[in-house]
Design a protein around this ligand. Sequence first.
Ligand SMILES: CC(C)(COP(=O)(O)OP(=O)(O)OC[C@H]1O[C@@H](n2cnc3c(N)ncnc32)[C@H](O)[C@@H]1OP(=O)(O)O)[C@@H](O)C(=O)NCCC(=O)NCCS
Length: 399
Amino acid sequence: MAKFFGRIEFPCTIELGRGLEGAITNVTQIGYVDGQAGALIYRGYSIEDLCEHSNFEEVAYLLMFGKLPTASERADFETKLQQGGTLPEPVMHLIEAKPKDAHPMNVLQSAVAALACYDEESLEVTHNVSDPAAAMKAETDVAIRILARTRTVASAIARARLGRPLIQPDPELDFTSNYLYMMTGEKPDEVTRRVMDVCLILQADHGMNASTFTAMVVHSSLSDMYSTIAAAIGSLRGPLHGGANEAALADLQTIGNPENAKTWSQEKMSKGEKIIGFGHRVYKALDPRATVLKRHAEVLCKQKGFESLFETANTVEREVTAAMEAKGKKIYPNVDFYSGLVYHALGFPTPLFPVIFAVSRTAGWLARVLEYLPENRIFRPRAVYSGQTDQTYVPIDQR
Ligand SMILES: CC(C)(COP(=O)(O)OP(=O)(O)OC[C@H]1O[C@@H](n2cnc3c(N)ncnc32)[C@H](O)[C@@H]1OP(=O)(O)O)[C@@H](O)C(=O)NCCC(=O)NCCS
């Protein structure tokens, strides 16, 4: 297992690229992406193993606390999630008051930021630097509430867009079932719950990506956790980050059926166009999340009557992968190629796709800022100044 760790010896010499490529923010034990091997691990466990045997609550605990919970720790964590997930009435009204066609990520961001106004503990804890252990415990409790509430907000957004009354969590349901129940008003069947759980596990953490770095930068000023997560949501919202899954799904729908998939793929490639849902900056092998999702997509699509869409995706994958391999290029499907298909088969409207991603990634954001807190130092990089240095002020009437 350890062989795919690219360990870094400190002090080290690095080459910095645009977008801080090559920069190292900190040392972490939370998660690791091995792009060459096509592997993703959380706290030493492969995501394949976690998707097979675990569930989202347990994975969130693993990320935040560094180990798999015992039965009593898990029960305690679940209780905290259940108790912490209810939204204050004014936040429910805020969500309902937003325009129905507002971008769901903007609503999510503002509702999460607003939650700080109703959680006094969240405003005090990080400033208690004289008692780090107490600060850590209080901050962790706030983090658990944020995870539960972000999910409730996400469900509320789905309903508010349709003008339906919002639903608070059902104390009898687990995290994922509650998410689906609050969104649809119905308790999910086992296949739906399981696939959703796997989606949440798969996107919970992924190295020092833009939104994770955003969360760390904001929290490093000892800002409150709600501001931290709201900022990270803002970062995730951008099209360069929040997912190409919408576009990948749109392509599959345009292709229409598996018979058209071969011609479509060949035409795209012959024009030198990029195929959305393929390739990755880090993975130079098959994205392991895509492999897991594909298996679930197949089962789900069969159950929900989307066999043709799945077969279309499968054919595109076969065609593109074979053509790329023939050219010696390491271009494989990434997580977005199959996640859009899965969310569509689950019945989610496409504007909600990044919101689902945000609920899942909140676990990773929280884990990483909690890990950094004991050794906190405010992030303060520098820019290279290339402007002028010898200007003299000119009054406005002389310019
Ligand atoms: C993800 C992505 C931005 C990574 O970009 P990157 O690491 O900067 O890679 P580049 O864009 O420099 O591509 C490297 C080479 O692979 C090719 N390539 C990369 N992704 C490709 C794709 N999706 N389809 C076809 N060719 C692709 C490029 O054309 C380039 O070929 P060249 O060397 O002959 O010029 C890129 O693969 C992409 O745009 N994919 C489609 C969008 C997508 O699915 N995004 C979600 C990512 S999770």
